[in-house]
Write a protein that binds this ligand. Structure first.
Ligand SMILES: *Cc1c(COP(=O)(O)O)cnc(C)c1O
Length: 397
């Protein structure tokens, strides 16, 4: 078996595409003008920002003036949630609904607001990683100022019925926000049909650079600024525009939504091959619903091994993957997402997330399927935990 380099961690970040990279290049050294300046290269910058804004708007069915560029998904989430919380507070509404397996950009923002006197309902998720519409409906209160539920989960890839949540909120006149960072380009999004009020996007998950994103804010909805200063973004988000990244983001999101059905079909086939192949290893389980799932997401718990050792061994073989355990981020706690599914700590610790993209090839998939069983076998052979599991449960290894 020849060693390859296989990048299977696209949920963490992606390679900048040639298309996005080339589009951005002139704006570093040639057309670098400040969009607020009146001379030609300044005004040219204003023009290309407008074009990128239109590209983002088109990708999600929004109007141009409903798109605000930000520094990424985290800022968009923070702005939407803190902004709506501030609106609510002014009217004595200090209750927020979210789920317990959101991205930390949402969870930690909600926890921050709890310290400031807000009450937050963290909806549970089922063992398949889905939020119940009934639970959602029951959680709404007269003093709810915001509901925020992610469109697709970054760890287990489950896709939530956002249209249903949004419709319920519309009826009750409660603002609804969704984090669509993982969904854009692999789940069709139309903000008008979905009836969401705010939606977060990030560039670096869709082959644009890191540090650029957007918040969609439905026309007519007002939230206070998160960043104060200059009059950029129609005075709603200060700071000289990140011109090259904005241009790249516009191109990347346009590419992301092109030929989406074909792309989803192609990636799903590779995903299912990976899932079926890895599930052949004994004592493994797929995390997250098999159908309501992102086409590029594989998340499998492998008993008897540590996620971290698995990742290090795969890295030696040239494979970049991620683990359900948060060891990678320097914490020994297992992932809050896997714990939310009800997995015991022991199983949540030994999880493997592979996130593939349009650039993943059949050869990459075959290579992963050769390496993972080998690595698991090797690690289990050295694992006292696996030995104990085998003894206690009568598994022959
Ligand atoms: C990556 C990610 C974010 C954060 O986006 P950044 O641009 O890195 O700040 C937020 N939500 C989800 C679901 C993500 O996957």
């Amino acid at each position: 078996m020849e060693k390859r380099f296989v990048y299977a961690d696209n949920a963490a970040t992606t390679k900048v595409s040639d298309r996005a990279f080339k589009a951005a290049l002139p704006y570093f050294q040639e057309q670098y003008g400040n969009a607020s300046s009146i001379y030609m290269i300044g005004q040219n910058s204003a023009k290309v920002i407008l074009k990128a804004r239109e590209q983002v708007a088109n990708a999600i069915g929004a109007k141009i003036n409903e798109i605000y560029f930000t520094s990424g998904g985290s800022e968009s989430d923070n702005w939407a949630i803190k902004g709506m919380a501030e609106n609510g507070e002014r009217r004595g509404k200090k209750h927020i609904i979210t789920s317990c397996f959101e991205h930390h950009a949402v969870l930690h923002t909600c926890q921050y607001l709890e310290k400031r006197g807000f009450e937050v309902t963290y909806l549970p998720v089922s063992d398949k990683g889905l939020i119940s519409v009934e639970d959602f409906k029951n959680a709404l209160r007269d003093d709810t100022c915001l509901a925020t539920i992610m469109l697709a989960n970054n760890e287990i890839g489950t896709i939530q019925p956002i249209e249903e949540f949004a419709a319920i909120c519309k009826e009750r006149k409660i603002p609804f926000h969704t984090d669509a960072v993982q969904a854009i380009g692999v789940v069709p999004i139309d903000v008008k049909a979905m009836r969401v009020d705010m939606l977060s996007l990030s560039g670096h998950k869709i082959h644009a650079p890191k540090g650029i994103g957007a918040l969609y804010i439905r026309g007519g909805i007002m939230i206070p600024n998160l960043i104060h200063g200059g009059a950029q973004e129609r005075s709603k988000r200060a700071g000289t525009e990140n011109l090259p990244s904005i241009v790249a983001f516009g191109e990347a999101i346009t590419a992301a939504v092109e030929n989406m059905p074909e792309k989803i079909a192609k990636i799903s086939v590779m995903r299912d091959k990976l899932i079926n192949g890895i599930l052949k290893i004994k004592e493994t389980r797929l995390n997250g619903d098999a159908d309501k799932r992102l086409c590029g997401n594989v998340n499998i718990s492998i008993r008897g091994i540590e996620g971290e050792s698995l990742l290090l061994s795969l890295d030696i073989m040239g494979i970049c993957a991620s683990s359900g355990s948060a060891c990678t981020s320097g914490s020994l706690d297992p992932s809050h997402v896997l714990l939310a599914l009800g997995l015991p700590h022991e199983i949540a610790h030994g999880s493997l997330r592979l996130s593939i993209s349009n650039e993943t090839t059949d050869e990459d998939v075959d290579y992963i399927l050769e390496c993972v069983p080998q690595v698991v076998k090797k690690l289990r052979a050295m694992s006292p935990l696996w030995e104990r599991i085998c003894k206690e449960e009568g598994i022959s290894d």
